[in-house]
Design a protein around this ligand. Structure first.
Ligand code: CP3
Length: 347
């Protein structure tokens, strides 16, 4: 293997590693039977996130099966609104439900001061995981990007087009800015807490950045992400940060130039040659296998993995999916993927 001791960190510092480091977004989760077993022992998904012993266990589960080059702490992006005091529930089969924040009075009920303590179970999870991991497998800490987190806070649920959040941002930009500022503040504290506990890289998930036109993208995706990156790096300059502006399309270039992130996650839709020429020339890139193709398997999977490696593995590259792994993904397909990326000898 070329590249130094910790492949993921080497790539984010600008080295090229062959084979590229790999991990999968949502690599801990329902496609693993051992996850489903642990999940059954707690009443809710949020209880799992807030019980460090169990959260650490499920974080480590995929690493016991697959030789991934990174671990990602088991938590959720909606832990931040929860910590701010907004009621959050994960309803089986329906996804997250929150009491929507639609006006200044609702926003005023949220409190960044109490958030810090409510997030502390996640720091304990990080400590427990790091104690178990070999040095060459760093733990990634994460948060949701302010825009994506705000969409859930305003909509009260996941949505197809984030129309309620977009409407609020257009109708009352100062209220929306106050909400974004509160999320920036809390997310910065949250990421720094995860780093203090032992996370060696960070990822900021902007799952819904694709729903904004370019000026709103600059204002609500780039600017708050840039602020979090600057504030985190002011305290810990050496921590690498991956940004994942899902759906950003060509705006991912501006995102890479302006936010200060050390790597950019690419979603499934971005063409490989474009990623190589326009993005990888600026920053290390991560991605972008279609999670549906991983679940489908078969010869098309082999073909696509080879294409991704051919286009991107000459430069700074982290192999990943273009979005989270799907719960119905057969484990054998993940095993096959690992063999394809790491070479047959890796087992
Ligand atoms: O990657 C990992 O292994 C770490 C864990 C992780 C989870 N969520 C666990 C989870 C991470 C990094 C996330 C991020 C997350 N959460 C995002 C950003 C990435 C993306 O997918 O776009 C978003 C938008 C959320 C919000 C969220 N959490 C939704 C919409 C849902 C319900 C949909 C679903 O898949 O059920 C969740 C629940 C959730 N988060 C689960 C897991 C394992 C499933 C809940 C369960 O096991 O009961």
């Amino acid at each position: 293997m070329t590249g130094s001791q910790v492949p993921l960190l080497s790539v984010l510092k600008g080295e090229t590693c062959s084979p590229p480091p790999m991990w999968l977004m949502r690599q801990a989760g329902r496609y693993l039977p051992e996850y489903r077993e642990v999940r059954k022992t707690v009443p809710s998904f949020l209880d799992l996130c807030l019980t460090p012993k169990l959260a650490a266990e499920v974080t480590l589960q995929p690493l016991r099966r697959f030789p991934f080059d990174a671990s990602i702490v088991f938590s959720d992006i909606l832990i931040v609104p929860f910590a701010l005091g907004q009621p959050v529930a994960f309803v089986e089969g329906e996804g997250p439900k929150l009491d929507p924040v639609g006006d200044g009075a609702a926003l005023a009920r949220l409190d960044p001061a109490v958030a810090a303590t409510k997030l502390s179970p996640v720091y304990e999870t990080v400590e427990r995981v790091v104690a178990e991991l070999p040095d060459k497998v760093p733990l990634i800490g994460f948060c949701g990007a302010p825009w994506t987190v705000a969409t859930y806070m305003v909509e009260g649920a996941g949505s197809k087009d984030q129309a309620a959040a977009r409407a609020l941002a257009y109708r009352d930009p100062s209220l929306f800015q106050a909400m974004i500022d509160m999320i920036v503040e809390t997310s910065t504290i949250y990421l720094l807490g995860q780093v203090a506990a032992g996370s060696r890289a960070l990822q900021i998930f902007d799952s819904w950045s694709g729903s904004l036109p370019e000026d709103a993208f600059a204002r609500w995706c780039i600017a708050p992400t840039k602020e979090i990156v600057a504030r985190v790096k002011q305290q810990v300059p050496e921590i690498p940060i991956i940004g994942f502006p899902r759906g950003a399309g060509p705006s991912a270039v501006r995102y890479a130039r302006e936010t200060g992130v050390d790597g950019v996650g690419c979603d499934t839709s971005l063409p490989l040659a474009w990623v190589r020429e326009e993005l990888q020339s600026l920053v290390p890139v991560q991605g972008n296998l279609d999670p549906v193709l991983l679940a489908a398997g078969g010869p098309e999977l082999d073909v696509r993995v080879a294409q991704i490696l051919e286009e991107l593995s000459q430069g700074q590259f982290i192999f990943n999916l273009g979005h989270g792994i799907l719960p119905y993904t057969p484990i054998e397909h993940v095993e096959r993927l690992v063999r394809l990326v790491k070479g047959v000898s890796a087992g």
